[in-house]
Write a protein that binds this ligand. Structure first.
Ligand code: IMP
Ligand code: MG
Length: 193
């Protein structure tokens, strides 16, 4: 009699460590913790923008997953578009040179804009985006980031919505990459020291 096939063991949705070359990353923020925090941010934004029609501007590539989850927690008429910036290349630290690779298609004058970032590290990108957007004379301009490296961020203004303040870890997953990889991890991992 052939033995019944053993059931495939259930594996965790994501493994606790990720290895890229010589670099080891450990689980840092679970998908559940991220989702719970985004629900709170969405509720806050929904309250703040009641009766309005904000346009969310995600910063590509990193913010695409966060933006997608965030706007689904905001029960208002919302629009969205993207900016694409480049500053990191494939390195773990910023080159310090921010470039605008794609601007938005929508007219932004007189609009209520919410910029959505995956992470603020040096703050160079956000300072740059803010200066660009202010020249377009929006009705209002606010900023939302999932992660904020408080010790190193040098911003010319206050971020309105912050998911988590974190130390200066290098992190991957949930949209954040290292050498363009690992954006598709459901959880966020940090580089092990
Ligand atoms: P900043 O201009 O130094 O604030 O860097 C902002 C951009 O760099 C973010 O939008 C990210 O795309 C990228 N970045 C900053 N820190 C990390 C990190 O820890 N992991 C992956 N990407 C990061
Ligand atoms: Mg980015």
């Amino acid at each position: 009699m052939p033995q019944p096939q053993p059931a495939v063991p259930s594996v965790p949705a994501s493994l606790p460590t990720v290895v890229i070359g010589d670099d080891h990353f450990e689980l840092y923020l679970s998908a559940a913790a991220i989702a719970a925090r985004i629900k709170e941010l969405g509720a806050e934004i929904e309250k703040d923008y009641a009766g309005k029609r904000p346009i969310f501007i995600g910063i590509l590539n990193g913010a695409f997953i966060f933006l997608a989850d965030l706007i689904r927690e905001v029960d208002l008429d919302v629009e969205m578009d993207f900016f694409k910036l480049s500053s990191y290349g494939d390195a773990k630290i910023s080159s310090g040179n921010v470039q605008l690779l794609k601007s938005v298609d929508a007219k932004l004058a007189g609009r209520d804009i919410i910029v959505v970032e995956d992470i603020v590290d040096s703050g160079l990108s956000m300072n740059y985006i803010r200066r660009q957007l202010l020249t377009l004379r929006p009705a209002s301009l606010r900023f939302c980031t999932l992660l904020y490296k408080e010790e190193v961020a040098k911003l010319e203004f206050e971020v309105d919505y912050i998911g988590f303040k974190i130390p200066k870890h290098f992190v991957i997953g949930y949209g954040l990459d290292y050498q363009q990889l690992k954006r598709n991890l459901k959880d966020i991992y940090k580089l092990a020291e």
